[in-house]
Write a protein that binds this ligand. Structure first.
Ligand SMILES: Nc1ncnc2c1ncn2[C@@H]1O[C@H](COP(=O)(O)OP(=O)(O)OP(=O)(O)O)[C@@H](O)[C@H]1O
Length: 358
């Protein structure tokens, strides 16, 4: 039976980038071979999401933003969520954090962090899980901090009255030792990369959560700074064993940092697989189309194959939401929502997945 929050309950966009982007270190497969302690299936899950659905009750009618999304994360694992703008990635993170507005109705068979049923938490339970159990790294550092308050004061809001040496040590761990001297400055006096490191420090180090939710944390950064921030997240995962759900519209970033990833389309996870399989043997027509649209796959002057059509309104049509844009679509696709099935180790939501894999 599904659990629900929302009205009356206890709590109530972009295109895809380029995997040839800045290289930040070994790939997920290389890290696995280098003997990292984490191995899939060996430990109890850190996060279990089963049949998660979120509907926004708006004046223009219900918006089914997330539909039957399931995935699990183990300690020390990085799971990526990738998809076009509006596909529901951020809503999944907000549902896990229980940060959705009261117009959102959340349903799930399971939404569990370690042994805690997140859907049943009261306000006090939520306060204790947020920050200490689950940390959130937001998308835009500049808008997540107060522009009119010196950083030192804002750090005190998050960290309390900590020993200055301890604050310097925390800053040091995210490569911000130099910033310790300038904490009386305002956010605009720091670069986007410095502020993002600061927010990662607050989310991941200040209270040592076991799970980090990162919502496009490198979107606003240039390629070099983006690589530094990604390397920092990998380093924190390797040192502290933090599990990370990493949201991005950029397949290149997903390829660099994630162990496994799920591709979202119109609120549904249409494919979920280890990153190597996702890139080498994509099983869903949408994943294949995303990969075909990557600029790195083309030589100069060659015409990039864009995905024709638009995802607008796709979460309201019957059958497979991708059918109107899919070269494989037939009558069944227009009528029936495909079930999630396992094809050669990948989870795929496509009526034709088995035939295409044969
Ligand atoms: N507060 C809200 N009220 C109504 N609809 C909302 C609300 N928040 C999100 N939505 C809708 O839910 C759907 C999913 O939005 P969401 O922000 O989760 O997508 P996303 O994949 O994270 O997009 P982006 O990459 O642009 O952040 C969209 O159709 C969006 O318009």
């Amino acid at each position: 039976m599904k659990n629900r929050t929302g009205r009356g309950g206890p709590a109530a966009g972009r295109t895809v980038g380029d995997p040839a982007g800045p290289t930040i270190g070994p790939t997920a497969g290389e890290r696995a071979r280098n003997g990292r302690p984490w191995e899939p299936g060996r430990t109890a899950p850190l996060l279990e999401v089963e049949d998660l659905s979120v509907v926004f009750d708006t004046a223009r009618g219900p918006v089914p933003a997330v539909r039957d999304v399931s995935f699990r994360l183990e300690p020390g694992e990085i799971f990526g969520l990738v998809g076009e703008s509006g596909s529901g990635k951020s809503t999944v993170l907000s549902a896990i954090m229980r940060l959705l507005p009261s117009v959102a109705v959340t349903d799930a068979t399971t939404l569990r962090f370690r042994d805690t049923d997140l859907l049943r938490l009261d306000a006090a339970g939520l306060r204790s899980v947020r920050g200490t159990g689950i940390g959130l790294v937001p998308q835009r550092p500049m808008t997540s901090l107060s522009p009119v308050t010196p950083l030192r004061k804002q750090l005190r809001w998050f960290l309390g009255d900590r020993d200055p040496a301890e604050v310097t040590e925390l800053l040091d761990q995210v490569g911000l030792r130099a910033v310790a001297e300038r904490l009386d400055g305002y956010p605009f006096e720091f670069s986007g990369g410095q502020l993002q490191r600061l927010l990662i420090m607050l989310a991941a180090l200040a209270r040592r959560p076991a799970l980090l939710l990162a919502d496009e944390p490198t979107t606003t950064l240039d390629a070099t700074v983006q690589a530094q921030v990604l390397r920092l997240l990998l380093d924190l995962r390797d040192r502290l064993g933090i599990g990370i759900v990493f949201v991005s519209h950029d397949l290149g970033v997903i390829a660099q940092i994630c162990d496994r990833a799920g591709v979202m389309y119109a609120g549904r996870l249409v494919e979920s697989a280890p990153v190597g399989a996702l890139f080498d043997a994509p099983r869903h027509p949408y994943t294949r189309a995303l990969l075909r649209a990557l600029p790195s796959r083309y030589t100069r002057g060659e015409r990039i194959k864009v995905i024709e059509g638009s995802a607008a309104g796709a979460n309201r049509i019957p059958g497979c939401a991708f059918a109107p844009r899919c070269p494989r679509a037939d009558a069944v696709c227009g009528e029936q929502v495909p079930a999630l099935r396992t094809v050669a180790g990948s989870l795929v939501r496509c009526h034709h997945a088995e035939e295409d894999a044969a």
